[in-house]
Design a protein around this ligand. Sequence first.
Ligand code: TC6
Ligand code: NDP
Length: 237
Amino acid sequence: MAACIPPGSTAQVKAIPCNIRKEDEVKNLMSSVVSEFGRLDFLVNNGGGQFQSPVSMLSLKGWNAVVDTNLNGTFLCLREAYNAWMAENGGAVVNIILLISKGRPGIAHSAAARAGIDNLSKSLAVEWASNGIRINNVAPGSIYSVTAAENYKDIGDVFRHAIPFTPAKRNGTTEEVSAAVTFLLSPAAAFITGETIKVDGGWDLYQVPWEIPEHDRMPAYNWEKIIEEEDKPKAKL
Ligand SMILES: CCC/C=C/C(=O)SCCNC(=O)CCNC(=O)[C@H](O)C(C)(C)COP(=O)([O-])OP(=O)([O-])OC[C@H]1O[C@@H](n2cnc3c(N)ncnc32)[C@H](O)[C@@H]1OP(=O)([O-])[O-]
Ligand SMILES: NC(=O)C1=CN([C@@H]2O[C@H](COP(=O)(O)OP(=O)(O)OC[C@H]3O[C@@H](n4cnc5c(N)ncnc54)[C@H](OP(=O)(O)O)[C@@H]3O)[C@@H](O)[C@H]2O)C=CC1
């Protein structure tokens, strides 16, 4: 990032290691920003992720790891940014979530955690309005990056797989997500709070990429058949 700063700019980049699952590290991150830079105007909760697994195969430990990272980590960052600076001085927050309007079979743990963030944002948009804090979400579709692809390399090319489900017929770019984040943080979004912007090339309006095997396990409601079954003589011991 430092290499992207144009010559002559006063912008600075400083990396402070922080595991957002660890309360003391999150407290340290927010207080260090305020002591180092004198303010904390914006928070982008971008850290997160998941592994693919059907729910039936998920261990509690795996479920907890994903909920802890995505939902609890976001909660800790929000609360500590509020306590360290934003309660007194206001600010703008963007949480990165997932497309969740149709559920997310295959990554249901992460979708449940992100739905929690979506709802948390709505609560805080009201709870923290009088502190001058706006809070919104960005829900990316399939966005290719080398680091994201690295996480999924063992299960095939999920980013190529997503293209037929995306009306734009391509993956999004990280810059296209950043553009939405920057807009929401900027004064141009001064009257927007508690909202989610999808950056998905139309994916959410289209199909769910989950194949349902042919089956006859959901028969139609049939009252007569139920009565017939109930009228049959019951076995006697
Ligand atoms: C179309 C594309 C859409 C893309 C969307 C994106 O988000 S792109 C973003 C791309 N970037 C990312 O998605 C970031 C990915 N990574 C992460 O964010 C974290 O690694 C994590 C939150 C998934 C897990 O947190 P952690 O690593 O600290 O976890 P831990 O070490 O504490 O393990 C706890 C338990 O979790 C389980 N388990 C863990 N991994 C797997 C697995 N691969 N497989 C199966 N299971 C797995 C396992 O049960 C394990 O217990 P065990 O069996 O070891 O006793
Ligand atoms: N790419 C996509 O298609 C989509 C991405 N998203 C979401 O966008 C966000 C960015 O993902 P993306 O850039 O694509 O993928 P990356 O895997 O490159 O980024 C994930 C980031 O989360 C950080 N992270 C994970 N766990 C923690 C933790 N406990 N504490 C601090 N940081 C953590 C990682 O840090 P480190 O590198 O140090 O491990 C990494 O920088 C994620 O929340 C992701 O789920 C949502 C929908 C689609």
